[in-house]
Design a protein around this ligand. Structure first.
Ligand code: DGL
Length: 268
């Protein structure tokens, strides 16, 4: 592995940017490419087999083109499901993102944790296993919602977030005995953290972005001593070009992406 090689960050949409920002803060000169399956989203609504086959197919196609040092699956809905299959197919490190339940259990004072994620992630056996292992002493409340994914997509396209609707979705947690710690278990949701806290001022949010950046840093550090950093084009791979993508492009430019390429799923 060498820093002359890029890394590849994958998500269904703009959510992976919350992880990408954390990685770029740690390694500003690293060549990162970003793959988003905007035609297949929301991933939180896909059945397991479709999600596994679709995500693996797209990642394998881009890996063949960019030869990355490692792949970051910056999507909870995908990571909690596809990692075993993907790791069998790829001969390079794959870093996944899973809901930050362990640190949330540690940080919560009232031992009531809210898991805000996609319908897929809140229902996954992987998520339940994390709860059983790290938060058995906590009360757990779950909200599985895909509308927030669209709100984050729209926000990065320059559209206003529908705060009354967001407040309505989060209303079950706005009572006195609500969770004091909210796990943002979808990488889209840190992009809405300000609005979420506006709706739930007594709570604090926690996500996995920095933990993933630390994991990536640890994996890349041995290479950093011997390899010269090599800045090239940073490509945004997408599965669909539409008006929303055009409106989102300035957010991607700001994040450091430099060009767009389209890739198509080979599944029928
Ligand atoms: N950003 C993704 C996640 O972390 C998925 C959003 C979606 O497409 O449902 O779960």
């Amino acid at each position: 592995m060498s820093l002359r090689q890029p890394i590849l960050v994958f998500d269904s949409g703009v959510g992976g940017l919350s992880v990408w920002q954390a990685i770029r803060l740690a390694y500003p000169e690293l060549t990162c490419h970003y793959l988003m399956d905007n035609e297949g989203q929301p991933y939180g609504e896909l059945d397991d087999s479709t999600l596994i086959r679709r995500a693996c197919d797209l990642i394998m196609q881009v890996v063949a083109q960019v030869n990355p040092a490692l792949v970051v699956v910056a999507c909870n809905s995908a990571s909690t499901l596809v990692l075993p299959t993907l790791r069998k197919q790829l001969d390079l490190p794959v870093v996944g993102v899973v809901p930050a339940i362990k640190p949330a259990a540690f940080q919560s004072s009232n031992k009531h944790i809210g898991i805000l994620a996609t319908p897929g992630t809140v229902a996954r056996a992987y998520t339940q296993a994390l709860i059983d292992e790290f938060a058995a002493d906590c009360r757990i409340s779950r909200i599985g919602n895909s509308e927030l994914v669209g709100m984050a997509e729209d926000k990065l396209a320059g559209r206003a977030v529908n705060l009354p609707r967001l407040a309505e979705i989060l209303a079950p947690w706005s009572q006195g005995d609500g969770p004091d710690t909210i796990v943002l278990g979808c990488t889209h949701f840190p992009l809405l953290a300000t609005e979420i806290i506006e709706c739930l001022p007594a709570a604090h949010c926690i996500d996995s972005g920095e933990a993933i950046a630390r994991r990536v840093t640890n994996l890349l550090l041995p290479a950093a001593n011997t390899a010269k950093l090599d800045v090239k084009e940073r490509t945004l791979w997408v599965t669909k070009q539409d008006q929303r993508l055009a409106q989102q492009w300035s957010s991607f430019l700001l994040a450091g992406l430099t060009q767009i390429q389209v890739i198509k799923s080979r599944l029928t």
